[in-house]
Design a protein around this ligand. Sequence first.
Ligand code: BG6
Ligand code: MG
Length: 223
Amino acid sequence: MTKFSEIKGFAFDLDGVITDTAKFHTQAWHALADQVNVIWTPELQESLKGIDRMGSLEMILKAGNKQDDYTHDEKVALASWKNNHYVELISGLTPDDILPGMADFIKELNDKGYRASVASASKNAPFILDKLGLTDSFVGIVDPATLHAGKPDPEIFVRAAEILNLLPEQVIGLEDSAAGIASINGAGEVSLGIGDTTVLAAANLNFASTAEVTLANIAAKLD
Ligand code: BG6
Ligand code: MG
């Protein structure tokens, strides 16, 4: 595997990695599932992580075999209902909502000259980074509206390395979702999974929580 000394940059997922907005996505999608009479399960919840807005809606409808019950316009309206609910839930975010250890880690990267970008499927990412006071910590954010395919396709993490002006093998991608780890691996970057090791078994490096993510701990696992 890549040696730590070859790493020059980091591509961050946002929801569930930098801040705990994954729980708000879950809350809003669960409310939508109730509205369309689809049974919410822990498996459905986990499978939605990292998946873009319309893709998530399709997965929920499919779980209840209702994918053909709505027109395209009705689906757009449902997705927008969920997003309005979600935006209400995240409207009060502050820098205190950055996950444990992540503010220090991002600062450590900035101080030591590593470059960092954001590879989030969320169209709300610029708004959230602003609320967290982190916009200036990143070289750039991939605009998910410009992608041909979302996670697990590698495109978003390929683009995150391009923004950093680095080769994929010089970049570590951080993710809390199985779809995101597949995207990082497909892009040829080093994948760092945060969370359940069973769900994130395909990651090159695993950390149980964000609090453990430091350059020293990453170096210890890579060398
Ligand atoms: C991902 C989340 O980061 O963004 C998904 O893991 C979410 O749960 C996706 O559906 C899209 O987010 P948004 O904010 O554009 O609806
Ligand atoms: Mg995530």
